[in-house]
Design a protein around this ligand. Structure first.
Ligand SMILES: NC(=O)C1=CN([C@@H]2O[C@H](COP(=O)(O)OP(=O)(O)OC[C@H]3O[C@@H](n4cnc5c(N)ncnc54)[C@H](O)[C@@H]3O)[C@@H](O)[C@H]2O)C=CC1
Ligand SMILES: O=C(O)[C@@H]1CCC=N1
Length: 277
């Protein structure tokens, strides 16, 4: 690592996840001149660079030459070709590799990139853009304390993080955090649609639902009471909330959520198995 802020090259940096982490890092004060985004779509890259004030390159190989950290943020399906293409350009160069991809184990990166590179698997989520992300981290062999420190600096800038001890736990992190913003968006979407159907203007429905979601999350974080107690605090016996909560319970909400999260983690394992076919 350099004595200055590590130069971080995000491959796929103008995409949803890479872009969210770059945006969060910049908002947290990480110097823009130490961040580079690369990608395949020159127009998208140019717009991203203009919006965020970071350098952007459509030539990834040229961009990684002096990188201290290379973040792999392309879709899992594009990862093999990307990594095998990078391999010969990383000879004699030992950057920390951080992968955001779901469903790709470290063993695959070693096959594609070579054995010598330190690799961290990170599973962030898109609220990183507003520095409210939650990231799971797993360190492969050869990851030093210094590598962990820079990884934590990135993860900490965009929210909270948790190191896991076993690589397979990353698939649980996907179910609990990586994919989970979508569950909450889905719930908000359902509430907005129901509110619109009941007569609210869409803008009013969105404002009320989003503020309520934000307020509930903020209250839960600030409170010493657990979420089950906070739920009960809203429920008057024989009242309106009890009626709504009963309906969710009768519909099997707990079971449904558990099944959806299990499917999510299982899909990550299945993606790992598909790599071997
Ligand atoms: N979207 C999300 O909420 C999360 C995504 N992830 C992981 O992050 C990774 C990226 O996902 P998204 O950002 O959603 O995808 P995305 O499709 O929005 O972004 C991927 C970017 O990679 C670029 N790209 C593709 N092939 C490339 C190549 N060979 N060289 C350089 N750039 C290339 C594309 O132009 C695109 O801008 C995936 O592996 C995913 O599993 C992880 C956690 C959450
Ligand atoms: O849906 C996906 O596969 C990615 C990984 C976690 C969130 N999005």
């Amino acid at each position: 690592m350099t004595a200055t802020d590590p130069k971080i090259v995000f491959i796929g940096g103008a995409g949803n996840m890479g872009g969210a982490v770059i945006g969060g890092l910049l908002a947290a004060g990480y110097p823009a001149d130490r961040i580079v985004a690369t990608g395949r779509d020159p127009q998208k890259l140019a717009a991203f660079a203009k919006c965020h004030g970071v350098a952007a390159h459509s030539d990834t190989l040229a961009a990684i030459g002096d990188a201290d950290v290379i973040v792999l943020s392309v879709k899992p399906q594009a990862m093999r070709d990307l990594c095998t293409g990078l391999r010969s350009h990383l000879d004699g160069h030992n950057p920390l590799i951080i992968s955001f991809a779901a469903g790709i184990p470290l063993a695959a990166y070693r096959r594609w990139l070579g054995e010598h590179l330190p690799i961290v698997r990170a599973m962030p989520n898109t609220p990183a853009l507003v520095q409210t992300g939650a990231t799971g981290l797993y360190a492969g062999a050869g990851v030093t304390a210094e590598h962990r420190a820079i990884t934590e600096r990135i993860a900490n800038a965009v929210g909270i993080f948790l190191w896991v001890r076993e690589e397979c736990e990353i698939n649980q992190i996907i179910a609990v955090a990586g994919s989970a913003p979508a569950y909450f968006f889905l719930f908000m979407e359902a509430m907005i649609e129901a509110s619109v159907a009941s007569g609210f203007a869409r803008a009013d429905a969105e404002r009320l639902v989003l503020q309520t979601a934000l307020g509930a999350a903020k209250l839960a974080m600030a409170s010493e009471e657990d979420v089950a107690k906070l739920k009960r605090n809203v429920m008057s016996p024989g009242g309106t909330t009890e009626c709504a909560v009963k309906r969710f319970e009768q519909g099997g909400l707990f079971h449904l959520v558990a099944e959806a999260m299990r499917d999510c983690a299982e899909r990550a394992s299945e993606m790992e198995r598909e790599l071997d076919r």
